[in-house]
Design a protein around this ligand. Structure first.
Ligand code: C2E
Ligand code: CA
Ligand code: CA
Length: 744
């Protein structure tokens, strides 16, 4: 049955209501009657529906079948047309469509206007699309009396079109593929490759400090920077790779047929280097950085969503490990991400509960061994997990907005403590780049000085090179404000960042701290670190800045550093960081000298790995402990008296399989040399270039899945059809507990 008209009808109109139809049908001649029947028939056929509005453009009529598309509770009759339908704009449609509300208020007729049905909440989220055609109607006096029109359901066609247009979509700013296109590409590639058993790398990249450029230099500058970034990316992406911008400052690379982690590491490093070079945008200089996360199908994910998640996790880990790094996905990252969340929560509580302490490490004159000052280093003794390194929790604090609070706490405490030190000793406080960008910093420093009564010249702020990322103008202004307070400024970790010397001459540093990575190896005159320290020391002297060498541990290092004219030394050779009471006790006796105590020579700390690995010899599987790992070899423990020259296969876990030969052997310990060297995993560790393919494991009867944790060599061996008679094992397996490690 007809639904009644809502509005008043001053004039008879061509669109019928129940009574009008009945009345008319009674009177009209045959041809009119036939026409009406045809209309009714047409309406019921669902080819198109009718609609009408009154002079206020409220919906007065809608075909019953059309009404059925709205929820039964909804009374759309009587509602303004513009609140029932919303104009939809096909993304990237050149011809901008005027909204339906505009057209009805200006009483223009329209043809085949795509609209979306608005749901009750008022948003266009019903997922139903219609096409409206409407003609404005006027009475004899030319007064507007409403619209009459037809409507058609185009949901299916529209969705198809939408997908088709998305397929061809590119990012209008950079010309790179957009998110939709990348998603499609990844889906089609992975679907096809799964069948063809091919690999594909997914590289996620996210700019560091892009937001600062955008905020300080403005959006047009930000846009220009993104264009330049995309150009640089295009110049270094390997052939066959598709580059996309997913939105904001997120980029993505799909590299088909790529599973070589050595090659991918090189690509990632090049990306990081290229993106970190200075930019010139709209007359300003800007420096940004980038972090890169990498996941490879089928190893880290079989399905697109799985692979994207893995790459995201790798990116997240890369950012967490300090900026400007890359990471491969590994199963551990999932656990790390959980750990990070836990640390973040606990840290928040620890700050409020006063669980954080500040300790002080002396900075000592290289020649006279007299202490000049101390660096404040935050310490956290977790009630359950014990001491947690600031190298772990400070980056987490930086990512979670806790750094402001943490930094302020250390600053206040350090000033308060230093005010009690005898003489003119200076305290150095670390200021993270995040704090440095906060305009409140000068106020914070001033307040800490006032409250403690410490002289401004006794306070030194240690800043890393990362503060030069972003807009130079803001950085310069902050330097000026801090200098005005009378505090000293030191450049921390010099040489570890992007090390652009250009800013050194312009920034007002009083001191350069030479990173401990340069101190290692400086005792070897042929080592480049020797030359680098010499260069930094003379550059600093030329610029009127003092130098401090960090991380000096051995007597021979101290001797070399003194010879290279470095003014001060901070390192375990003089002392580790100590609590305030221990410091007061030492200084209270008037004792300002620190005696160097340490090994004669620096011994590279053997990273004692206690990892269980699988070892295969012929068709026998053993387990061993991995004691040492380098690019080219390893030391393993667990097999008795393996002769030199024996070929072995090591299963390092997660599909990492290494062919090697025994080069040294004593009792249950062997030194092995790898056939193919390992590559960097981006996190300071090593990994194999290639891994056992999940396709191979699937062929061995395992389900096709991303590589799980653990060792898979046994499954691969089984796949080789090793069901025949096995020879006797040639070596005796020794049970090696973690405690039985002995220096060998
Ligand atoms: P940093 O600023 O470079 O601090 C020097 C680090 O080197 C300290 O590590 C110190 O204990 C260590 N160190 C000193 N001498 C030697 C040595 O001879 N050998 C070796 N191997 N290490 C030595 P710590 O205390 O673990 O701090 C690590 C990093 O955490 C610091 O590096 C700094 O970046 C950050 N951090 C520590 N406290 C704070 C803080 O209060 N605020 C901020 N923003 N960062 C902090
Ligand atoms: Ca420092
Ligand atoms: Ca440092």
């Amino acid at each position: 049955m007809w639904k009644g008209f809502g509005g008043q009808q001053s004039e008879p109109v061509r669109v019928p209501d129940a009574e009008a139809v009945a009345a008319k049908l009674a009177k009209v001649n045959v041809s009119d009657r036939e026409r009406l029947q045809m209309l009714e028939c047409f309406e019921k056929s669902d080819i198109a529906w009718f609609w009408a509005t009154d002079a206020q453009n409220r919906l007065t009529y809608l075909s019953p079948k059309a009404l059925a598309q709205f929820t039964t509770e909804r009374e759309v009759i009587g509602e303004p047309l513009a609140s029932v339908f919303k104009t939809v704009n096909v993304e990237h449609d050149e011809t901008e469509t005027k909204p339906i509300s505009y057209m009805v208020s200006s009483r223009t007729s329209f043809v085949e206007q795509p609209v979306q049905l608005v749901n009750e909440a008022g948003s266009a989220g019903t997922g139903k699309w219609w096409e409206l055609t409407g003609r404005a109607q006027f009475d004899k006096k030319q007064d507007f009396i409403g619209y009459r029109g037809i409507a058609r359901d185009i949901t299916d066609i529209y969705e198809e079109q939408l997908n088709a247009s998305k397929l061809a979509e590119f990012d209008s700013l950079t010309g790179l593929a957009n998110r939709h296109r990348m998603q499609r590409r990844l889906e089609t590639t992975l679907n096809a490759y799964r069948i063809e058993k091919r690999s594909c790398a997914l590289v996620m990249m996210d700019l560091d400090r892009f937001k600062q450029v955008n905020d300080t230099l403005g959006h047009p500058a930000g846009d220009e920077l993104l264009r330049q970034v995309s150009q640089r990316l295009q110049s270094i992406a390997p052939g066959g790779a598709e580059i996309g911008r997913l939105g904001g400052d997120e980029f993505q690379l799909i590299i088909p047929d790529m599973d070589d982690r050595g090659r991918l590491g090189e690509i990632a490093n090049r990306m990081i280097q290229m993106i970190s070079q200075p930019y010139s945008v709209e007359g300003s200089r800007a420096i940004i950085g980038t972090s890169v996360g990498i996941a490879i199908a089928p190893y880290d994910g079989i399905m697109p969503a799985e692979l994207v998640k893995a790459a995201d996790l790798a990116l997240y880990a890369a950012k967490g490990g300090g900026r400007g790094q890359f990471r491969f996905y590994s199963n551990d990252l999932k656990e790390n991400a959980d750990d990070r969340r836990e640390i973040e929560e606990d840290l928040r509580d620890a700050i409020h509960a006063g669980e954080l302490e500040v300790h002080y490490q002396p900075q000592v004159g290289t020649k006279d061994h007299k202490v000049r000052g101390f660096e404040a280093l935050v310490r956290w003794n977790h009630p359950e997990h014990g001491p947690i390194s600031p190298a772990t929790f400070v980056p987490i604090a930086e990512d979670s907005n806790l750094i402001e609070e943490l930094g302020a706490l250390v600053l206040r405490q350090a000033c308060k403590d230093a005010a009690q030190w005898p003489g003119d000793l200076r305290v150095s406080v670390n200021v993270s780049a995040r704090q440095f960008l906060n305009e409140e910093l000068p106020n914070l420093v001033e307040k800490a000085l006032q409250e403690s009564g410490l002289e401004p010249r006794q306070l030194e702020l240690e800043i890393t090179e990362t503060v030069f990322m972003g807009d130079m103008g803001t950085t310069d202004a902050m330097f000026a404000q801090l200098k005005k307070l009378g505090v000293k400024l030191a450049l921390d970790d010099f040489g570890t960042g992007f090390s652009s010397l250009s800013y050194l001459s312009s920034a007002p540093f009083d001191k350069i701290k030479i990173d401990q990575s340069f101190v290692r190896g400086c005792t070897d005159e042929n080592h480049s670190n020797h030359a680098i320290i010499t260069a930094i020391a003379s550059l600093a002297r030329a610029l009127g800045m003092a130098t401090t060498a960090e991380g000096v541990e051995a007597l021979d290092e101290l001797e070399i550093i003194a010879g290279l004219h470095v003014d001060m030394v901070q390192g375990f050779i003089f002392s580790r960081a100590m609590p305030q009471d221990a410091l007061l006790e030492k200084l209270g006796s008037g004792e300002l000298l620190f005696e160097p105590v340490g090994p004669a020579k620096h011994r590279a700390e053997r990273r004692t790995l206690l990892r269980k690995i699988g070892v295969v010899h012929e068709d026998h599987h053993y387990t061993a402990m991995l004691r040492d790992l380098s690019r080219t070899g390893a030391r393993i423990e667990g097999l008795l008296d393996v002769p030199v020259g024996t070929p072995l296969v090591l299963d390092l876990g997660e599909g990492q399989i290494v062919v090697c030969v025994v080069r040294r052997s004593q009792d249950a310990t062997q030194g092995v040399e790898f056939e193919t060297p390992l590559v960097s995993n981006g996190a300071g560790g090593l990994c194999t270039r290639h891994r056992v393919s999940p396709y191979m494991l699937a062929a061995a009867g395992m389900p096709l899945q991303a590589l799980p944790k653990g060792h898979h060599l046994a499954a691969v061996a089984a796949a080789g059809g090793g069901s025949g008679p096995q020879s006797r094992p040639q070596f005796m397996q020794v049970d090696i507990g973690a405690g039985s490690s002995r220096a060998g």
